[in-house]
Write a protein that binds this ligand. Sequence first.
Ligand SMILES: [Zn+2]
Length: 355
Amino acid sequence: MEFGSGDPEALMRDFLREVGGCAVIDGGLATELEANGADLNDPLWSAKCLISSSHLIRKVHLDYLEAGANIIITSSYQATIQGFESRGFSAEESEALLRKSAEIACEARDIFYKECSEGFENHNKTKKHTVLVAASIGSYGAYLADGSEYSGEYSKEMTLEKLKNFHRRRVEVLAESGADLIAFETIPNKLEAQAYVELLEENNTRTPAWFSFNSKDGVNVVSGDSLIECASIADSCKKVVAIGINCTPPRFIQGLILSIRKVTKKPILIYPNSGERYDAEKKEWVASTGVTDEDFVSYVRVWCEAGACLIGGCCRTTPNTIRGISKVLQNYVPNESEEDRILFVVCLLLRSIWR
Ligand SMILES: [Zn+2]
């Protein structure tokens, strides 16, 4: 799907127009891989499936597309060249595994489009909708696999240059992988945001990116750095086409959207986790500490009204959550003046008659 004719900002603008103003991002990948039988107890986490069970990744992407996702995020969050090399893969093989994450997502999209045009004989009927593939890049802390993307505390020796060197080749490979955009996810501190901006600018890539931070207090990013400063860094880069928050409890999201809005006019994306607590020592989610799917979905209107226009789920959310979000967004009427509201409803009616 070609949007924006090479202008990064136009890509997101055209895409949002095409999907009716608000887009649905997919939900937790690892959560669903495990639900489908994958064992992710591994420093490579969901990226482990790139080596051994790509069919499961394809299936989970498809489940999210059928649930209504307009954007699917690749399985490369914890996939790094350094991580694969420590498993004995060569640099070339490691890069091929990164590319494979985008290829699987693009394949899932092709299958989805084909199924839509064939009328979903073997599936529940789902309407064809536009789909973008976002290549995930997890933070340096995600590579460490010690939970430090949730603390943002890197060693004192960590510098901007070291972070850029760590991420450089992965960004280059994923930018050329066929994905429509790069999703820098769970960015825990200002230094890493700055490193990504400099890599995008030094790189001649035309692939746009989104920046997504995480917060554990509803005010700052997890390291304690100011969210407003982090979002301003993202806003300063022309190749950044959306800014937001992921893997953060739903109860914090509204306030965080309002903070981001103070420093950017770019579209705001959010894909919270289920609100459950992650025990970094035991490396597991503490069950029953989060919100139900119904509660999660009941926030969606509030998030739209606060200014978010790309909404999905992160850890512990499922195709069910995404189906719920999709339903709300299909019927969402922006909270504008009475005239705008009437005009919007008339447009919706006309659109359904023309179809
Ligand atoms: Zn998450």
